[in-house]
Design a protein around this ligand. Sequence first.
Ligand SMILES: Nc1ncnc2c1ncn2[C@@H]1O[C@H](COP(=O)(O)OP(=O)(O)OP(=O)(O)O)[C@@H](O)[C@H]1O
Ligand SMILES: [Mg+2]
Length: 208
Amino acid sequence: MRGKFVTFEGCEGSGKSTQIKLLGQYLKQQDIDFVVTREPGGSRIAEEIRSIILDGRNGEMCAECEALLYAAARIQHLNEVVAPALESGKLVLCDRYVDSSLAYQGYARGLGMKFIEDINYAALYKYQPDLTIFLDIPPRLAFERKHGADKNDRMESEGIAFHERVYQGYKTLLRKYPRITEIYCCGTKFETSDIIIRVLKEKGIIRG
Ligand SMILES: Nc1ncnc2c1ncn2[C@@H]1O[C@H](COP(=O)(O)OP(=O)(O)OP(=O)(O)O)[C@@H](O)[C@H]1O
Ligand SMILES: [Mg+2]
Protein backbone atom coordinates (compact mmCIF):
# COMPACT_ATOMS: atom_id res chain seq x y z
CA MET A 1 0.00 0.00 0.00
CA ARG A 2 1.20 3.51 -0.81
CA GLY A 3 2.55 5.41 2.19
CA LYS A 4 1.13 8.72 3.38
CA PHE A 5 2.62 12.04 2.32
CA VAL A 6 2.58 14.79 4.95
CA THR A 7 4.00 18.25 4.27
CA PHE A 8 4.84 21.02 6.75
CA GLU A 9 4.34 24.65 5.88
CA GLY A 10 4.66 28.01 7.58
CA CYS A 11 6.73 31.16 7.72
CA GLU A 12 10.39 31.15 8.67
CA GLY A 13 10.79 30.33 12.34
CA SER A 14 7.28 28.89 12.68
CA GLY A 15 8.82 25.65 13.93
CA LYS A 16 8.62 23.27 10.96
CA SER A 17 12.03 21.67 11.56
CA THR A 18 11.44 21.53 15.33
CA GLN A 19 8.07 19.84 14.87
CA ILE A 20 9.29 17.34 12.30
CA LYS A 21 12.07 16.35 14.71
CA LEU A 22 9.64 15.90 17.62
CA LEU A 23 7.21 13.94 15.44
CA GLY A 24 10.12 11.75 14.28
CA GLN A 25 10.92 10.92 17.90
CA TYR A 26 7.31 9.92 18.50
CA LEU A 27 7.13 7.80 15.33
CA LYS A 28 10.33 5.99 16.30
CA GLN A 29 8.86 5.13 19.69
CA GLN A 30 5.78 3.80 17.91
CA ASP A 31 7.87 1.75 15.45
CA ILE A 32 6.37 3.55 12.47
CA ASP A 33 8.58 3.56 9.37
CA PHE A 34 9.06 7.10 8.05
CA VAL A 35 11.32 9.28 5.94
CA VAL A 36 12.13 12.93 6.66
CA THR A 37 13.06 15.21 3.83
CA ARG A 38 12.98 18.89 2.97
CA GLU A 39 12.44 21.34 0.17
CA PRO A 40 14.11 22.76 -1.73
CA GLY A 41 16.66 20.00 -1.59
CA GLY A 42 16.68 16.50 -0.20
CA SER A 43 18.65 15.07 -3.14
CA ARG A 44 22.07 16.00 -4.53
CA ILE A 45 20.83 17.83 -7.62
CA ALA A 46 18.01 19.52 -5.73
CA GLU A 47 20.43 20.64 -2.97
CA GLU A 48 22.66 22.22 -5.62
CA ILE A 49 19.68 24.13 -6.99
CA ARG A 50 18.80 25.17 -3.42
CA SER A 51 22.26 26.65 -2.89
CA ILE A 52 21.86 28.83 -6.02
CA ILE A 53 18.47 30.10 -4.83
CA LEU A 54 19.60 30.90 -1.30
CA ASP A 55 23.04 32.32 -2.17
CA GLY A 56 23.26 35.90 -0.86
CA ARG A 57 25.29 36.89 -3.98
CA ASN A 58 22.35 36.17 -6.28
CA GLY A 59 20.39 39.29 -5.41
CA GLU A 60 19.66 40.07 -9.07
CA MET A 61 17.73 36.81 -9.55
CA CYS A 62 14.30 37.64 -10.97
CA ALA A 63 11.16 36.22 -9.40
CA GLU A 64 10.32 33.97 -12.39
CA CYS A 65 13.81 32.45 -12.34
CA GLU A 66 13.51 31.77 -8.63
CA ALA A 67 10.10 30.12 -9.08
CA LEU A 68 11.34 27.93 -11.96
CA LEU A 69 14.37 26.82 -9.93
CA TYR A 70 12.10 25.85 -7.04
CA ALA A 71 9.89 23.88 -9.43
CA ALA A 72 12.94 22.13 -10.93
CA ALA A 73 14.29 21.17 -7.50
CA ARG A 74 10.82 19.99 -6.46
CA ILE A 75 10.22 17.51 -9.28
CA GLN A 76 13.74 16.10 -8.99
CA HIS A 77 13.30 15.62 -5.24
CA LEU A 78 9.83 14.16 -5.74
CA ASN A 79 11.01 11.57 -8.27
CA GLU A 80 14.23 10.71 -6.50
CA VAL A 81 13.26 10.74 -2.82
CA VAL A 82 9.54 11.12 -2.12
CA ALA A 83 8.01 8.79 -4.75
CA PRO A 84 10.18 5.73 -3.98
CA ALA A 85 9.54 6.12 -0.24
CA LEU A 86 5.75 6.41 -0.77
CA GLU A 87 5.73 3.45 -3.14
CA SER A 88 7.53 1.33 -0.55
CA GLY A 89 4.77 2.16 1.94
CA LYS A 90 6.66 4.65 4.08
CA LEU A 91 5.24 7.73 5.73
CA VAL A 92 7.01 10.76 4.23
CA LEU A 93 7.40 13.98 6.24
CA CYS A 94 8.45 16.83 3.99
CA ASP A 95 9.63 20.22 5.26
CA ARG A 96 7.94 22.56 2.71
CA TYR A 97 6.34 21.59 -0.61
CA VAL A 98 4.37 23.28 -3.38
CA ASP A 99 2.42 25.51 -0.96
CA SER A 100 5.67 27.33 -0.16
CA SER A 101 6.00 28.29 -3.82
CA LEU A 102 2.35 29.32 -3.95
CA ALA A 103 2.66 31.48 -0.81
CA TYR A 104 6.14 32.94 -1.46
CA GLN A 105 6.35 33.29 -5.24
CA GLY A 106 2.70 33.13 -6.25
CA TYR A 107 1.27 35.40 -3.59
CA ALA A 108 4.02 37.40 -1.82
CA ARG A 109 6.09 38.08 -4.96
CA GLY A 110 2.96 38.58 -7.03
CA LEU A 111 3.63 36.02 -9.78
CA GLY A 112 0.10 34.70 -9.33
CA MET A 113 -1.10 31.30 -8.19
CA LYS A 114 -1.84 30.23 -11.79
CA PHE A 115 1.79 30.65 -12.94
CA ILE A 116 3.06 28.65 -9.95
CA GLU A 117 0.46 25.91 -10.43
CA ASP A 118 1.38 25.69 -14.14
CA ILE A 119 5.14 25.33 -13.62
CA ASN A 120 4.54 22.81 -10.81
CA TYR A 121 2.03 20.81 -12.83
CA ALA A 122 4.05 17.59 -12.77
CA ALA A 123 4.58 17.66 -9.00
CA LEU A 124 1.05 18.82 -8.19
CA TYR A 125 -0.68 16.08 -10.15
CA LYS A 126 1.72 13.25 -9.46
CA TYR A 127 1.63 13.19 -5.67
CA GLN A 128 -0.76 15.40 -3.74
CA PRO A 129 0.02 15.53 -0.03
CA ASP A 130 -2.44 13.51 2.04
CA LEU A 131 -2.14 16.19 4.71
CA THR A 132 -0.45 19.57 4.94
CA ILE A 133 0.24 21.00 8.39
CA PHE A 134 0.33 24.80 8.33
CA LEU A 135 2.07 26.09 11.45
CA ASP A 136 0.24 29.31 12.13
CA ILE A 137 2.18 31.98 13.99
CA PRO A 138 2.38 35.69 13.13
CA PRO A 139 5.66 36.30 11.20
CA ARG A 140 6.95 38.84 13.69
CA LEU A 141 6.72 36.33 16.54
CA ALA A 142 8.28 33.61 14.42
CA PHE A 143 11.08 35.96 13.43
CA GLU A 144 11.91 36.70 17.06
CA ARG A 145 12.37 32.98 17.64
CA LYS A 146 14.95 32.86 14.92
CA HIS A 147 17.42 35.61 15.78
CA GLY A 148 20.97 34.85 14.83
CA ALA A 149 19.85 33.61 11.41
CA ASP A 150 22.29 33.59 8.46
CA LYS A 151 22.49 37.14 7.13
CA ASN A 152 23.53 35.89 3.66
CA ASP A 153 20.27 34.06 3.23
CA ARG A 154 18.24 36.10 0.71
CA MET A 155 14.88 34.92 2.01
CA GLU A 156 15.63 35.81 5.60
CA SER A 157 16.79 39.31 4.72
CA GLU A 158 13.52 40.17 2.91
CA GLY A 159 12.05 42.12 5.82
CA ILE A 160 8.90 41.75 7.79
CA ALA A 161 6.48 43.20 5.17
CA PHE A 162 7.37 40.40 2.75
CA HIS A 163 6.84 37.76 5.42
CA GLU A 164 3.46 39.27 6.32
CA ARG A 165 2.47 38.78 2.66
CA VAL A 166 3.69 35.18 2.76
CA TYR A 167 1.54 34.64 5.84
CA GLN A 168 -1.50 36.09 4.03
CA GLY A 169 -0.67 33.79 1.10
CA TYR A 170 -0.82 30.76 3.36
CA LYS A 171 -4.15 31.94 4.78
CA THR A 172 -5.50 32.17 1.21
CA LEU A 173 -4.32 28.62 0.45
CA LEU A 174 -5.92 27.37 3.63
CA ARG A 175 -9.31 28.51 2.33
CA LYS A 176 -8.72 26.88 -1.06
CA TYR A 177 -7.28 23.45 -0.21
CA PRO A 178 -9.05 21.21 2.35
CA ARG A 179 -5.90 19.08 2.68
CA ILE A 180 -4.29 21.95 4.64
CA THR A 181 -4.83 21.95 8.40
CA GLU A 182 -3.95 25.04 10.38
CA ILE A 183 -2.28 24.55 13.74
CA TYR A 184 -1.80 27.52 16.04
CA CYS A 185 1.68 27.19 17.42
CA CYS A 186 2.25 30.03 19.83
CA GLY A 187 2.55 27.61 22.78
CA THR A 188 5.56 25.50 23.69
CA LYS A 189 7.03 23.19 21.07
CA PHE A 190 5.77 20.20 23.06
CA GLU A 191 2.21 21.53 23.14
CA THR A 192 2.31 22.01 19.37
CA SER A 193 3.76 18.53 18.89
CA ASP A 194 0.92 16.96 20.87
CA ILE A 195 -1.62 18.74 18.66
CA ILE A 196 0.12 17.54 15.49
CA ILE A 197 0.13 13.92 16.69
CA ARG A 198 -3.56 14.19 17.53
CA VAL A 199 -4.35 15.59 14.06
CA LEU A 200 -2.34 12.83 12.36
CA LYS A 201 -4.40 10.26 14.24
CA GLU A 202 -7.71 11.99 13.51
CA LYS A 203 -6.89 12.15 9.80
CA GLY A 204 -5.92 8.48 9.70
CA ILE A 205 -2.28 9.16 8.83
CA ILE A 206 -1.06 7.14 11.81
CA ARG A 207 -2.92 4.64 13.97
CA GLY A 208 -4.45 6.19 17.04
N1 LIG B 1 7.04 26.51 20.39
C1 LIG B 1 8.21 27.14 20.42
N2 LIG B 1 8.48 28.05 21.36
C2 LIG B 1 9.63 28.72 21.38
N3 LIG B 1 10.62 28.56 20.48
C3 LIG B 1 10.41 27.66 19.51
C4 LIG B 1 9.20 26.91 19.41
N4 LIG B 1 9.28 26.11 18.31
C5 LIG B 1 10.46 26.36 17.77
N5 LIG B 1 11.16 27.27 18.48
C6 LIG B 1 12.48 27.80 18.18
O1 LIG B 1 12.28 28.73 17.11
C7 LIG B 1 13.37 28.68 16.18
C8 LIG B 1 12.82 28.39 14.80
O2 LIG B 1 12.27 27.08 14.73
P1 LIG B 1 12.52 26.16 13.45
O3 LIG B 1 13.94 26.24 13.02
O4 LIG B 1 11.97 24.82 13.77
O5 LIG B 1 11.59 26.90 12.40
P2 LIG B 1 11.42 26.60 10.86
O6 LIG B 1 9.97 26.79 10.58
O7 LIG B 1 11.99 25.29 10.54
O8 LIG B 1 12.24 27.76 10.20
P3 LIG B 1 12.86 27.80 8.70
O9 LIG B 1 11.71 28.02 7.77
O10 LIG B 1 13.77 28.98 8.71
O11 LIG B 1 13.57 26.49 8.48
C9 LIG B 1 14.32 27.62 16.71
O12 LIG B 1 15.35 28.27 17.42
C10 LIG B 1 13.45 26.78 17.62
O13 LIG B 1 14.18 26.16 18.67
MG1 LIG C 1 13.52 24.73 9.22
